[in-house]
Ligand binder design. Structure first.
Ligand SMILES: [Zn+2]
Length: 407
């Protein structure tokens, strides 16, 4: 089999070039979705895609598609993509690698003068991270029909700005229809964001499926009161209760060893005023496990913890699920193709589960999808220290290029 390689230096310099937008002093990136920094990153993507002779379209949720035509005008495209937005404490690799590697595939196809049968499209999905607008994977979820366009456009950030307004402000409120078209396959390259590949020394992670995850908002209702005069025994402090609940949530995950995760990463506090006992807290939290029945047991424990803390702290706690994913199984033909490609390129590899959601998860519901991980050198992400080496990034891009050609 004739195997091709990407230009690793060019891939790396493009990654670093993209990392300039929203660069932070500690070497990370703060590029929240649909901000000025995101616009700059999108503009650079479009200029690269144009230079690679692609036609660019933007759909109404702001997803950008760079299309390189094939020889068969009837054929549905092979899509390669990921996201350019980051969390506030993000790095240079999460999401960006999948997009920039897609651009590198287009450049390499041009250099090699290869005309594919099907078109190849590189896509930038809107709001994967969900840190400015909830929920996450918004653009890809609307594309596959999980949410209506109207629902998505109406989501607001903390300042009350809607997705529709934010899209218009940065000039990416496109006019293309969202989804409702055939995709022959979707490929996403991503950094692992965990330590397993680094620990095991494998070059490629073939994502066979996902953890099971459920996301909730716990609303804790106490009673506001004057912080001074109110005796301790008369207080119904929502923040103290939410703090007790946070410790319980942490315990639930820790009790499962490495297969369980539990998080309580965000809270809103009312009235959040110095002189007033907190009357209400909304705490976002989630439980995740590789095994579905264990995840359900974790949810049960979470509900028990809510009831216990509510009675001990004399508050009301309600738990509302707002998001879930898993169990997901990726297309076995696609995972087999990743394995074959890795073997042919002589890359060591292992099967792995994804703990986080990615755009590949919604895409997996409409077309054969492959999610491919490369090692996270530092074992972490959503952090300035997130890092993969030029070689690791290049290995992943080589897989994309050869898979796109095989498909
Ligand atoms: Zn990501």
């Amino acid at each position: 089999m004739n195997m091709f390689r990407v230009d690793r230096e060019r891939l790396w310099s493009s990654l670093m070039e993209m990392g300039v937008f929203g660069a932070t002093a500690d070497g990370g990136c703060r590029r929240l979705t649909l901000t000025e920094e995101d616009k700059q990153a999108r503009d650079l993507f479009c200029s690269w895609a144009k230079a690679a002779n692609c036609r660019i379209t933007v759909d109404r949720i702001g997803n950008i598609f760079a299309r390189r035509e094939g020889t068969d005008p009837q054929a549905a495209p092979i899509m390669i993509g990921s996201h350019l937005d980051t969390v506030p404490t993000g790095g240079k690799f999460d999401g960006v690698l999948g997009v920039v590697a897609g651009i590198e595939v287009l450049r390499r196809l041009d250099e090699l003068s290869i005309r594919t049968r099907a078109p190849v499209e590189v896509v930038v999905w809107t709001n994967e991270e969900g840190s400015r607008f909830s929920p996450m994977t918004l653009g890809s979820s609307v594309f596959v029909g999980d949410y209506s366009l109207e629902t998505a456009l109406g989501r607001t950030d903390d300042a009350g700005v809607t997705v529709a307004e934010a899209l218009a402000r940065i000039g990416y409120a496109g006019n293309g229809a969202v989804g409702d078209r055939e995709v022959s396959a979707y490929l996403e390259l991503h950094v692992e964001q965990g330590p397993l590949l680094k620990e095991g020394g494998e070059q490629i992670g073939i994502v066979s499926g996902s953890f099971n995850a459920r996301y909730f908002v716990a609303t804790v209702k106490g009673e506001p009161g004057h912080v001074g005069p109110t005796p301790m025994d008369m207080r119904r402090d929502a923040l103290v209760a939410a703090s007790a609940l946070t410790l319980e949530i942490d315990r639930i995950g820790r009790s499962r060893g490495r297969d369980g995760r539990s998080n309580a990463p965000h809270l809103s506090l009312y009235p959040n005023v110095r002189g007033v006992i907190p009357g209400e807290v909304r705490l976002s939290c989630d439980v995740r496990h590789s095994d579905r029945s264990e995840m359900l047991a974790m949810e049960r424990e979470l509900r028990e913890a809510c009831a216990r803390v509510a009675s001990e702290r004399r508050v009301e706690i309600s738990l509302d699920q707002y998001f879930a994913f898993g169990p997901i199984e990726f297309d076995s033909g696609m995972t087999a193709l990743v394995r074959e490609t890795a073997k042919a390129l002589e890359f060591s590899h292992r099967d792995i589960l994804t703990v986080a959601s990615h755009d590949a998860i919604p895409m997996n519901t409409i077309c054969p999808t492959a999610l491919i991980f490369v090692p996270s050198e530092t074992g972490i992400s959503h952090n300035a220290a997130e890092y993969s080496t030029p070689e690791q990034c290049g290995d992943g891009a080589d897989i994309l290029l050869n898979m796109a050609l095989r498909l």
